[in-house]
Design a binder for this molecule. Structure first.
Ligand code: FE
Length: 237
């Protein structure tokens, strides 16, 4: 079953109401021991989002349908496959790769990908001697036009702090053991500048066409928490 953003917010508010109600019931002052099925209050961010959205709709600043359409587009239509096509093009077209590394946003726009959260893009290239890793230590800045919406872990406090404190240890937890002689570069995204990792073209991909190469490119490889390996037979990338 698919839970839409609207369902989620509705459920959050309903749960909040249910959690508050038993306390109101106790307000008449009786004193007894019993167990309640207290519902868990939804997270602060969920409630804050709902409150902000309600206010903005009430003041006529936004339209709920337009908001849903934007979120749906980034959740379901725009995602890491855009970035994968950019990477695959760079692998097969050296002139394109040069343009991509020189002016990321312009080269990405050549393939038709642009928009909010991608106005300024820097593309950083992995090589046998250098590996790039992207974070937003402050919040969750992420290149929407090429990667869609960020995964939950990207926004989490542990990722954002450990990437600075112990990036090699963090990569090991992602299953990536980086040799000591490979330089690790950590890039901190900002509201103004977003990063895309250009992963190394993996062994075994020689002779593949551009669209087949794109199928090998994973979201995590473009954040820098993974390398690209040849997909196992019969397993989609
Ligand atoms: Fe951020």
């Amino acid at each position: 079953m698919t839970t839409t953003r609207r369902d989620f917010l509705t459920a959050a508010v309903t749960a909040a109401g249910a959690a508050v109600t038993p306390d109101l019931a106790h307000a008449h002052g009786h004193d007894h021991d019993h167990e309640h099925d207290h519902q868990v209050v939804p997270s602060d961010p969920a409630l804050r989002v709902k409150a902000l959205e309600s206010l903005m709709v009430e003041k006529g600043l936004v339209d709920r349908a337009a908001l849903d359409a934007i979120v749906d587009a980034y959740e379901h239509k725009i995602g890491p496959r855009n970035g994968a096509r950019v990477v695959a093009r760079a692998w097969v077209d050296p002139a394109y790769k040069q343009r991509l590394l020189t002016n990321g946003a312009a080269a990405i726009a050549e393939l038709g990908y642009s928009g909010p959260e991608g106005e300024q893009m820097m593309v950083v290239e992995n090589t046998p001697k250098a590996h790039n890793l992207v974070v937003c230590t402050l919040c969750s800045c992420y290149p929407w036009p090429v990667l869609g919406l960020p995964p939950v872990w990207y926004k989490s406090a542990p990722y954002r702090s450990r990437v600075v404190i112990d990036p090699r240890g963090l990569l090991r937890e992602f299953g990536l053991q980086l040799p000591d002689d490979v330089e690790l570069r950590v890039w901190d995204s900002t509201a103004d500048l977003r990063y895309l990792v250009l992963p190394e073209r993996p062994a075994g991909s020689e002779g593949l066409k551009e669209e087949d190469l794109a199928a090998w490119v994973t979201r995590d490889s473009m954040i820098g928490t993974a390398k690209i390996v040849k997909p196992a037979e019969g397993v989609p990338a």
